[in-house]
Ligand binder design. Structure first.
Ligand code: SAM
Ligand code: SF4
Length: 329
């Protein structure tokens, strides 16, 4: 099992399939993009499936989420999902995506064994979408969402980041729109993980503000904390339920004590936390012929060293060198 010294067990694996993206969200990447990983540095599809199978078979991982960068840009995605769906025990398999290209791939992904998707959409306005992502692709995301629902990738979940003065007035509008369609919405506080180091605590839209704005239009009832488990989102029933809304307050109300995640980057590095400053290289071991047991031992050692918390509020907090898009959000 993937245990740490604070008694936590990692059962939820986030796999980044690429650091590339077809959007340039201002809270994530600079306009010109980044120095992408070179092809030989990336794990191959087979290497990814081997590492996921070690995690699932030998290390107690029960959920696998593919992310990036934009995971739909990975040509082998459907095959990777299909191979992971054949593992025993069968993990839950999900995808976090910006939704561009999902209209084309949702049915094949569902058939391959994908269970759920989280689509990121921060605004209902095409022009604001352009301001936030620097691309005119709002319509593609809406099409992707509809295709995900039609393919049975339900409940469809939406992730939204609010930026002050850009889309922070849209909290209630986004929730109403999701309620009409049966989508589950979660707001994510903006975190200091952008490549250009533009995060400014005094400017970020806090969970408290988001809830305040939602409360102007909806009646919110906090779900009991016991129902939360290891989920990073705190949830509120909307107008008495059953619909709910989530807020991931990683900055103002971090939930590290119950964290059950382990992360694998597209170039084969294990990270025990989104905010970890160190990584453990599995790719070199993999490519030098290490047995599954040796790779498993490296992975366990990586997780054993997990810190108690992300430490965003510590005076000596250092943003990780890798930005969110290269870690896998
Ligand atoms: N490209 C895919 C997408 O956008 O869903 C997957 C990768 S993206 C890094 C995963 C999630 O991280 C998205 O929901 C995105 O909004 C969120 N994200 C990116 N940068 C962030 C930041 N600085 N703070 C909070 N969330 C962020
Ligand atoms: Fe791309 Fe996702 Fe980052 Fe936006 S948040 S730039 S869609 S990786």
């Amino acid at each position: 099992m993937l245990l740490d010294t604070f008694g936590r067990q990692a059962v939820d694996l986030r796999v980044s399939l690429t650091d590339r993206c077809n959007l340039r969200c201002t809270y994530c990447m600079p306009e010109e993009g980044l120095q992408w990983l070179a092809k030989p540095e990336l794990l191959t599809d087979e290497e990814i499936v081997r590492l996921v199978s070690i995690a699932v078979r030998d290390l107690g991982v029960r959920e696998v989420r593919f992310t990036g960068g934009e995971p739909l840009l990975r040509p082998g995605l459907v095959g990777i999902v299909a191979a992971c769906a054949e593992l025993a025990p069968r993990p839950e398999i999900s995808l976090t995506t910006n939704g561009i290209g999902l209209a084309r791939t949702a049915t094949a992904l569902r058939a391959a064994g994908l269970d759920r998707v989280n689509v990121s959409l921060d605004t209902l306005d095409p022009d604001t979408f352009h301001t936030l992502t620097r691309r005119r692709r709002h319509h593609d995301v809406l099409e992707g969402l509809a295709a995900a629902e039609a393919a049975g990738l339900t409940p469809v979940k939406l992730n939204a980041v609010l930026m002050r003065g850009v889309n922070d007035h849209e909290a209630a509008g986004l929730l109403g729109w999701c309620l009409e369609r049966g989508y589950e919405l979660r707001f994510i506080e903006q975190m200091p993980l952008d490549a250009q180091h533009g995060w400014d605590r005094s400017q970020m839209v806090t969970a408290e503000e988001i809830l305040g704005r939602l409360a102007e239009a909806f009646e919110l009832t906090a779900e009991p904390s016991a129902a939360r488990g290891a989920a990073p989102a705190e949830r509120w029933l909307v107008d008495g339920g059953p619909a709910s809304v989530g807020v991931i307050a990683s900055v103002t109300r971090p939930f590290c004590r119950a964290c059950d995640r382990t992360r694998l980057t597209a170039d084969g590095q294990v990270r025990n936390c989104l905010f970890a400053t160190g990584e453990t290289d599995l790719r070199t071991a993999l490519r030098s012929g290490a047995a599954d047991a040796e790779i498993g031992a490296l992975w366990k050692a990586a997780m054993w060293g997990k810190k108690a918390g992300a430490g965003i509020d510590d005076p000596e907090f250092l943003q990780p060198v890798r930005p969110m898009s290269a870690i896998g959000g």
